[in-house]
Design a protein around this ligand. Structure first.
Ligand code: HAM
Length: 412
């Protein structure tokens, strides 16, 4: 026997119920995003490596340890996209849209990160996301969050999540805060993990995000950014919260949210749940006013979020039911042509319909039951001679002779 091949570590097949959950999440998000004025874009799954290395942060985990980067046969360095925002900003510039703002973009598709797989964390996963590019107003931040909240509500999972918001301030606020953090963490160096000591120089804000127990005890008393905000940054944050109140989106402030990618300033937020164990963030995002410029475009404000489709799918109560089919059962060769006509007319009106490929009446009825058919159309020679067929409702067991011309309409 040849060795059975498995999917690569950290990837999974979507089959049956899992695919249905997945499709339901993406379809629901696409529909709600459209109502909020977002149009769908599809960008390549791999990009020039610089699209990500320039923008996500040289010290971020994603860039330092998690990218699938490879030279292609032409010698170019390509990277499987670890997230969608950088590609959307690259596409904005490539397509000459930087003067046609605002652009409201929805996207859905696979992303790739070389992470240690566990429940809710994969190497190939899927995101839905929104990017609102152009407006610098706090209303825009609140609108993308409100749309995310509406999607969670439509999926029936909003009650399982809490929205946590924070501000990362403007450049000046962050510089002051960074100094305060370096001062504080330097005093507590002895208690910090190796990873956090390395972050102390390069990106002290990231220490706030550490999962290490000892780090967390130090972080608990670390200064918060609120005391270091410029008046403008504080006013911006206050305005985002006012708009969230007006949209009716409940939230909690969490000064420890720093996000794992470096392009954020001002608003940072996450929808978190206690239902998925360690991987509790279902949706995360914020404002990233410098990214389009780093991609070679003009200075362009923007805000957005992305959500993990697998994580949302796990929160769904049950997958949406598949419509029960109608089974068409001809008895004898003479009935087969008429059966095919009815089968195709049912499908043309959108009714899911099936015909068995072989077998006698009993076998075909058994199969109709097995596929969960709601009704069976039985076509026998005698009935056909009278212009009728038997329609059996499998839920009630009732059977009735129906004129051939009425069958399709009855089974809408
Ligand atoms: P992120 O926080 O890196 O942000 O990812 C967003 C969401 O993707 C996470 O909250 C999580 O639900 C899901 N996710 C991330 N990594 C994995 C994984 N390995 N397995 C399963 N799910 C995962 C971004 O990607 C930003 N681009 C969001 C954004 C858009 N910011 C502004 N616009």
């Amino acid at each position: 026997m040849p060795t059975q091949l498995q999917p690569p570590r950290g990837t999974h097949d979507l089959v049956g119920d899992e695919q249905r959950r997945h499709t339901h999440v993406v379809d629901t998000a696409r529909r709600i995003a459209a109502a909020y004025g977002f149009d769908e874009w599809t960008t390549p799954i791999f990009e020039d490596t610089r699209v990500f290395s320039r923008t996500l942060g040289e010290t971020s985990d994603v860039v330092t340890k998690e990218m699938y980067t490879f030279p292609d046969r032409g010698g170019d360095s390509l990277t499987l996209r670890p997230e969608g925002t950088a590609g959307v900003c690259r596409a904005l510039v490539s397509n000459g849209l930087t003067q046609s703002l605002p652009q409201k973009v929805f996207y859905a598709g696979p992303m790739f990160r070389f992470e240690r797989p566990q429940k809710g964390r994969y190497r190939q996963f899927h995101q839905i996301g929104l990017e609102l590019i152009g407006p610098s107003e706090p209303l825009a931040d609140a609108e993308v969050i409100a749309c995310g909240w509406a999607i969670l509500q439509a999926l029936g999972v909003a009650g399982e999540t809490v929205l946590e918001v924070n501000t990362l301030g403007d450049r000046e606020s962050r510089a002051a805060y960074r100094d305060a953090l370096v001062g504080y963490f330097t005093q507590h160096q002895a208690a910090l993990s190796q990873d956090s000591l390395a972050r102390l120089d390069r990106n002290p804000l990231r220490i706030l995000d550490s999962k290490d127990e000892a780090d967390r005890r130090v972080v608990a008393n670390a200064p918060v950014i609120a005391g270091h905000l410029t008046a403008e940054a504080a006013a911006f944050y206050a305005s985002v919260r006012t708009w969230l109140d007006r949209f009716g989106v409940p939230y909690r402030e969490n000064p420890r949210i720093v996000r794992g990618l470096d392009y954020y300033g001002h608003t940072a937020f996450e929808f978190v749940t206690g239902k998925l164990g360690a991987q509790g963030t279902v949706m995360g995002g914020g404002r990233y006013d410098g990214l389009v410029e780093e991609m070679g475009g003009p200075p362009t404000p923007a805000v957005g979020w992305a959500a993990g489709v697998e994580r949302l799918a796990m929160l769904l109560d049950r997958p949406p039911p598949m419509p029960a089919p109608v089974a068409v059962v001809p008895i004898g060769e003479a009935a087969e042509a008429t059966a095919l006509g009815i089968l195709q007319a049912l499908r043309a009106q959108g009714t899911r319909a099936e015909i068995a490929y072989r077998g006698n009446l009993r076998r075909r009825m058994e199969r109709a039951n097995r596929i969960g058919a709601r009704a069976v159309v039985i076509l026998g020679d005698d009935d056909l001679a009278q212009g009728v067929a038997q329609v059996k409702n499998l839920a009630t067991g009732e059977q009735e002779a129906v004129p051939l011309g009425d069958i399709v309409g009855r089974l809408r």
